[in-house]
Design a protein around this ligand. Structure first.
Ligand SMILES: [Zn+2]
Ligand SMILES: [Zn+2]
Length: 115
């Protein structure tokens, strides 16, 4: 199985609903090409462990399936993804309650099942 595709859990920062982002590997790193709602209890295919790469958003990414946020961030405390939109001044993590301004770039992500 190739590592060209990566699936990572994301939590909606507005509705707390889970979703799954699909990343495609490109030369510079992974870019998000789509996100879809996650059914409770569904298993996410993918590799375990942390993936070290740069993560960005591809042109055409349709955003959070729950609230439409155009991007995402990784929480600095629990290191999980939450949806985020550039128009939001701060990020509020629905997983651990952390909140604060968004800065830096994502250079690694925990794999599925690392909860
Ligand atoms: Zn959202
Ligand atoms: Zn968090």
């Amino acid at each position: 199985m190739s590592d060209a595709l990566l699936f990572v859990n994301m939590l909606c920062s507005r509705s707390s609903q889970p979703s799954v982002i699909r990343f495609v590997r490109q030369e510079q790193g992974y870019v998000a090409v789509g996100a879809s709602r996650q059914r409770p209890g569904s298993v996410i295919p993918g590799e375990d462990g942390t993936t070290h790469a740069s993560f960005g958003v591809a042109e055409g990414y349709t955003g959070c399936p729950h609230c439409g946020a155009a991007s995402f961030v990784r929480c600095g405390r629990c290191r999980k993804l939450g949806c985020w939109d550039e128009s939001w001044e701060a990020f509020h993590c629905r997983r651990c309650g952390n909140s604060g301004p968004v800065d830096g770039v994502i250079d690694s992500l925990p794999g599925p099942g690392s909860d």
